[in-house]
Design a protein around this ligand. Structure first.
Ligand SMILES: CC(C)(COP(=O)(O)OP(=O)(O)OC[C@H]1O[C@@H](n2cnc3c(N)ncnc32)[C@H](O)[C@@H]1OP(=O)(O)O)[C@@H](O)C(=O)NCCC(=O)NCCS
Length: 164
């Protein structure tokens, strides 16, 4: 989507992220939890999409050893189907892969076709099920993983040369 900026989230974005959480999820994170993620958690990395000065989507991730655990991805209803989630997830993955995080995982409601399609588009595959995982509704969660192939050092050098 034109005029959408995708950038690392800042502490000032906590209120907007909280608002989107409340709209999109039956069990939203609290404002305090979101603020902690953005201000204090050294293992958290969040990305937002901004349009006309307003945050319209976001995604977050925790670094756990050499794995990235995606915590949430959400886009405001009026801004969906415009490749915003795709843009956010691309930035989140690219940034963490550059930092050496080659394995990414997440949980998603079994019935959440839009999200499952999105993740499959990025190469995530279902590897397991957590029965009755969600507090609201007791729905199962699919556990999805994506594994970035290890790059040979020459490939990195070639990529760097091509980018110069
Ligand atoms: C899932 C969600 C983040 C997608 O955001 P979005 O910005 O509309 O998605 P995009 O426009 O970037 O779509 C990218 C891909 O996702 C999939 N997708 C998105 N919306 C879809 C829908 N309504 N039905 C089927 N697939 C869909 C498609 O594969 C799409 O690629 P395509 O357009 O080439 O088919 C959004 O629907 C949302 O916020 N849902 C509520 C919160 C949520 O459930 N988050 C996931 C928690 S695990």
């Amino acid at each position: 989507m034109a005029d959408v900026i995708i950038r690392q989230a800042q502490p000032e974005d906590a209120g907007d992220i909280y608002e989107i959480e409340q709209i999109c999820f039956p069990d939203p994170w609290s404002l305090d939890s979101i603020s902690y993620e953005l201000e204090e958690n050294p293992r958290a990395f969040y990305v937002v999409a901004q349009h006309s000065g307003k945050v319209v989507g976001y995604a977050g991730l925790w670094w756990v050893l050499d794995e990235g655990h995606i915590t949430n991805v959400a886009v405001r209803p009026g801004y969906r189907n415009r490749k915003i989630a795709e843009g956010i997830l691309s930035v989140l993955l690219e940034h963490t892969i550059e930092q050496g995080i080659l394995h990414h995982t997440l949980e998603v409601r079994r019935s959440n076709d839009p999200a499952i399609n999105l993740y499959e588009k990025f190469g995530f595959e279902t590897c397991g099920v957590r029965k009755g995982y969600y507090r609201f509704g007791g729905e199962d969660a699919l556990i999805m993983w994506r594994h970035e192939p290890e790059r040979e050092p020459e490939e990195d050098a070639e990529k760097a040369a091509a980018e110069e």
